[in-house]
Design a binder for this molecule. Sequence first.
Ligand SMILES: NC(=O)c1ccc[n+]([C@@H]2O[C@H](COP(=O)([O-])OP(=O)(O)OC[C@H]3O[C@@H](n4cnc5c(N)ncnc54)[C@H](O)[C@@H]3O)[C@@H](O)[C@H]2O)c1
Length: 307
Amino acid sequence: MNLLITGCCGHIGSYLIEHVHKIKKIKKTFIVDNLRSNQINSLFNSKKKNNLYFSIKDLTQKSCLDEFKNVDYVIHLASMTNAANSFANKKLMYYNNIESMKNIIKFCMKNRAKLIHISSTSVYGKQAEIVDENCEKKYLKPQSPYADIKLMEEKMLKKVSKKIRYSTFRFGTIAGVSKGMRFHTAVNQFCLNAALGKHISVYKTALHQYRPYLSLKDAYKTFKYAIENDLFENDIYNVLSENCTVNQILKKIKRYKKNIKIKFVNSQIMNQLSYHVSKKKLNLKGLFLENKIELDIKNTLKLLENI
Ligand SMILES: NC(=O)c1ccc[n+]([C@@H]2O[C@H](COP(=O)([O-])OP(=O)(O)OC[C@H]3O[C@@H](n4cnc5c(N)ncnc54)[C@H](O)[C@@H]3O)[C@@H](O)[C@H]2O)c1
């Protein structure tokens, strides 16, 4: 079977392409990225056993995927992803992510390819206590253009549900080392600032608020599980390793880097509510994600220890 991965040079994609050979069904993997991020380094020293075929493609271009035939699965990771910056880049982000999604859906329908679509737990904007995938619509309150786009993508898929097979995975904030790792999300940014001896900026309301985090290893485990167990039931699943407060994340960092400096700041995406995201629905499908965010933090700090 053949797989197409979009956004292969990003944080998650670069990890996935290094491990894709472990997904037994997959023989050949087409990988695409528009390289706007210039992260060709994500493809350095790729292993022959992964059987990767890279092309530069911009997914906003209508016929950009026409050359790919016999694709059985698509993992769609290509996206503009910086939530905090999405207020300033709103127009471009809507265009890039929505047009890309349209073209991916068309491609999957035409080729009968099964789709893994990545959404985000940030669609649960203002929530209290535990949130699950079946929560009432009124609780889906994205707090940024980025999260709003994710919800739009989910709706686009629901609309064509009879013509395509897919899973939408709402990922928590990623932690973990990869060749294309980026540092605009909470855990990685905190680790980078800790390593540089700079202040760690924490949203004023966020210190004791719970949020969901996802280890890269568990993200990969989810892709593998979906393909190997044919988990394409046109449904939505939360995907996370742990719910933690920012304070708990900072404590984990302090175990490996003693003197860290913290500064409290305002942000457009902060809010007053703390919430736990439930992973029960995925557990009921037989998938258990238990990797420790602390290990990802340790590995990230190790990577940065001599700078
Ligand atoms: N990193 C996280 O914490 C996190 C959390 C929840 C969901 N997600 C989602 O997971 C997916 C992958 O995230 P990531 O962290 O690897 O992102 P990333 O920003 O590191 O990588 C995205 C990649 O997509 C490419 N890309 C963007 N637009 C493109 C286009 N039009 N055509 C081709 N390539 C394009 C970029 O060049 C980049 O290499 C995204 O949908 C993201 O929203 C990420």
